[in-house]
Structure formats: structure tokens, C-alpha cells
Design a protein around this ligand. Structure first.
Ligand code: 4AD
Ligand code: MG
Length: 431
């Protein structure tokens, strides 16, 4: 009877004979030796086939096997300091389940379009493998931290009757003869949920019909959105920096191997520890202008502006008190300066820019009614949201952290399309 093992657990099997089930990643031949680099989803290991150790059929199979063929390989586990990963398999038997004919992705360079069209196969490559494992760890770190800090997971709907983040990026769909939209954010529902549960979060896919091609925008992305009753802007920032610190510590501890595969400079990530610097929009504007950008007070920051601000710090930086005119309708006004809002964005260093948006929400019915008019939003669709200001309104705050932006930053990627298994972008919905 074969003992099946997984490559990630191989250290527990030194000296034993085990069978791996996986795929051929790479191969080199040298006389009577075949060096097979085998992956099984949990890792890769070099398997050495010596002609004298296996049947002629097995040696023939190891000779003709092609890249990405599915295989069974049996052998004795050896510790080998020189081997990648520290272990090697001395093969005693080898067989092929299915021969892969001409796997399209070879170790040579491919264009981005080609790789995106073959995303279903590209995911098998070592860098993509490393990125998805970092992504999973980031998501787990987020959930663990929120679960352990008194936040209740409360799911929010994906089909919605109204916009949360402006009407220009809505995906419209037909809901039994009525217009409905794919959610841009679960925030408004979270605001109802906190009045029932205190501190909550939702975590799910969100949708924006982003009409521009950038390296930071997807049309479908995952967002975690914590929301807290009786929390002000200050408390919001404190929670954000603790969450981000926890994410970073977890990835550095648990995914060092993956970060190395991605050639990520982890010394920069080790500095990401709370507290993070806090500056106002007005101060940020000074930095942006000093960097030679022209921008009027009241305009939202674009990518070059965010980069200029973030460059001034080696930690993520909070920019708060944006002009009300460049933020969403639900932002609380600063009573001292009503032209500014109690909003805050968290900008990541190294040019990665905004990873979190949030702030304190409007608590007063009268102000919220006025904001709906100013933003030309249909009041009927927001009647339920207005109710939250009629029945026990409280100061409250929350934020949304974009998972893919965070993965991009942690992994040091030049484009967001590699941070999600099957990216949706302007002009791409295949595969
Ligand atoms: O700043 P945004 O638009 O804020 C909201 O949606 C709030 N309602 C969240 C809240 O307070 N509960 O989006 C939040 C984050 C951004 O900082 C960014 O990380 C990410 O979501 N994001 C995107 N990520 C990828 N592609 C896009 N098109 C994104 N748009 C926003
Ligand atoms: Mg934002």
C-alpha cells in the first residue's frame, strides 16, 4: 500500500517511502538520471530517477513525460541541504496519469495578454502560486483579527436597489422588471447592522464599472468593511492601523518562503507597525504641490498625488479631512469646518497608494437629507437608511480595505491583475 504524502509535510517522512500525486513542473536529463521537479499544489520537490532503481517502464515514462503531465511518483524522502526546499525524493516508481501535450506556458517570457488569456493555466506558475497563498493568509489574518476583537461577521447583499459610492461606476442589472445594481460596498447595510450588533464587518465581492485601465482598478474586487457604533474618526484610524499591523505581522511570519519567491524586500514590510503618521488633506496638498503637481483645493487625489504623499513616509500614512465635495454623501461634516469631512484614506508606501477608505458617518437626519439632495440621489431608495437617523442615531465610523490593493502592496506587484485568481477588468471577462 502506498503512503500518500503532501510536499508541504515531506519533512515528517525522512527515510520513508511515500507516493506524491501531482504534476511535472520541469525536467532535466543527464545520462542514466532524470531530475523531475514535481509540484502537488502544496509545494515543489526534486525527484531523482536513477535507471538502475526503477523498472524499464517507469524509466521510459520518466524520460517521455512532458511539462504539466499529471503523475504519481513514489520514492524515499532524503534530507538534502543543497536541494531546493531542503528535501529530495529518490524515486522507486513512476507513472503518468495523463500526458499534457504542448503546455502553452513555457519557462520563457510571455506577453501579458497571452498569460491573461491562459490565466486558468498560469495559476500553476510558481509566482502565481506564491501570490495566492499570500492572499489567503491576508484574508485569514483579517478575519481572525476582527473575530478576536469583537466584530461580528454580518453579510450584506450583492444585489442592491441604490448606489453607495457614486452613480458613475454602477453595474446595472434587471431585477424582475426593476433596475438593480451589483453592490459597490456593503457599508450602508453595515450601518443598519451596527445598530443591532454594535461592531460588525462584511467581507465579500464588490463591483465597480471602472471605465479606465489602470494598474490599481478591478471591476470585481474583495473588500472587508468593519463598522462601529459609538466610534469617531480617531477610533477608526486606530482600528485600521492595528488591523494592517496584524496583517503584516502574520504574512511575515507565515509566508516568508512565498515573499522570497516573489523577491519582495521584506525589510520595508517589517517597518509597518502601528502607529501610522496622520496628516490632513491640507498638509497633504502642500506635499503634492511641493512635488510639482498642480491641484486645486477640493480636488480628490489621483494616483500621482497619492504617490507623492506616500513617498514622504516609510509607513502607510493616514490622510484625513478631505474636502466634503470630493467624498461620498454619507461622510460626517467637521462641525468646525463644514467644507471638510471626517473622512480618512490610508495610503500605502512605495507608490501603492490608497488601500483603505473610510471615516465617520453622518449622524443627523437633517444633514443626511440635505446631502442626498446635493448628491442628486433618489430619496425613495434611501428611506430605510434615513430611518437609522430617526431611531437611536449614534456617532459611528467604519472603513473598507481592498484585499487586492493590499495583496499588491504586500507582494510588491506592479499590477493588480495578478492578485486575484480570475481578474475582471475593463474589457476582460475571460477566462
Ligand atoms: O474608498 P472606497 O470606494 O470606499 C468605500 O467603498 C466605502 N464605502 C468603504 C467603507 O467605508 N465601508 O473603497 C474602499 C477600498 C479602497 O481603498 C481600495 O482599496 C478598494 O476598496 N477599491 C478597489 N480595489 C480594486 N479595484 C477597484 N476598482 C477599487 N475601488 C476601491
Ligand atoms: Mg476611496
Amino acid at each position: 500500500m502506498a503512503t500518500y504524502a503532501r510536499i508541504q509535510d515531506i519533512a515528517q517522512h525522512i527515510g520513508e517511502e511515500v507516493t506524491l500525486r501531482g504534476w511535472l513542473y520541469n525536467k532535466t536529463d543527464k545520462g542514466k538520471l532524470r531530475f523531475l521537479l514535481v509540484r502537488d499544489g502544496t509545494g515543489t520537490i526534486q525527484c531523482v530517477v536513477f535507471k538502475g532503481d526503477v523498472t524499464p517502464e517507469a524509466f521510459e515514462a520518466a524520460t517521455t513525460v512532458t511539462q504539466e503531465s499529471s503523475i504519481y511518483v513514489t520514492g524515499i524522502v532524503r534530507e538534502d541541504k543543497r536541494a531546493q526546499g531542503g528535501y529530495e525524493l529518490s524515486v522507486t516508481d513512476f507513472s503518468v496519469l495523463q500526458i499534457a501535450q504542448d503546455f502553452p506556458i513555457s519557462p520563457k517570457e510571455h506577453g501579458v495578454d497571452f498569460l491573461m488569456n491562459h490565466r486558468h493555466l498560469w495559476l500553476r506558475s510558481s509566482k502565481q502560486w506564491a501570490i495566492m497563498r499570500v492572499r489567503a493568509t491576508i484574508i485569514r489574518a483579517i478575519r481572525n483579527w476582527l473575530d478576536d476583537n469583537g466584530f461580528l461577521l454580518v453579510d450584506t447583499p450583492i444585489l442592491t436597489p441604490a448606489a453607495c459610492e457614486g452613480t458613475s461606476t454602477l453595474f446595472e442589472t434587471n431585477y424582475f422588471g426593476e433596475n438593480a445594481y451589483l453592490t459597490q460596498s456593503g457599508q450602508l447595510y453595515n450601518e443598519a447592522d451596527i445598530m443591532a450588533f454594535g461592531k460588525v464587518y462584511c467581507f465579500g465581492p464588490t463591483f465597480r464599472a471602472e471605465k479606465s485601465k489602470t494598474r490599481r482598478h478591478l471591476t470585481e474586487f474583495w473588500m472587508v468593511e468593519p463598522e462601529m457604533a459609538f466610534a469617531d474618526l480617531e477610533e477608526c484610524m486606530r482600528v485600521e492601523e492595528e488591523l494592517v499591523t496584524h496583517i503584516m505581522r502574520t504574512v511575515l511570519n507565515e509566508r516568508a518562503q512565498e515573499l522570497e519567491m516573489l523577491e519582495r524586500d521584506t525589510t520595508l514590510l517589517e517597518k509597518i507597525v502601528a502607529p501610522f503618521p496622520r496628516i490632513s488633506y491640507d498638509d497633504a496638498l502642500e506635499i503634492v504641490r511641493a512635488a510639482g503637481e498642480t491641484i486645486e483645493w477640493g480636488e480628490d487625489f489621483g494616483s500621482p498625488h497619492e504617490t507623492a504623499v506616500a513617498k514622504a513616509f516609510d509607513k502607510p500614512v493616514f490622510v484625513h479631512h478631505y474636502p466634503a465635495q470630493c467624498k461620498a454623501f454619507y461622510m460626517e461634516e467637521d462641525p468646525e469646518r463644514p467644507e471638510t469631512s471626517l473622512s480618512v484614506d490610508l495610503l500605502a508606501p512605495e507608490g501603492f497608494g490608497e488601500i483603505i477608505g473610510g471615516g465617520q458617518r453622518t449622524a443627523s437626519l437633517e444633514l443626511l437629507e440635505r446631502k442626498l439632495v446635493e448628491h442628486k440621489l433618489p430619496r425613495e431608495a434611501f428611506e430605510w437608511y434615513l430611518d437609522l437617523r430617526r431611531y437611536g442615531s449614534v456617532p459611528h465610523s467604519g472603513f473598507g480595505l481592498g484585499v487586492e490593493r493590499t495583496v499588491s502592496w504586500v507582494c510588491g506587484l506592479s499590477h493588480i491583475r495578478q492578485t486575484i485568481p480570475f481578474p475582471r477588468t475593463l474589457g476582460r471577462i475571460y477566462p
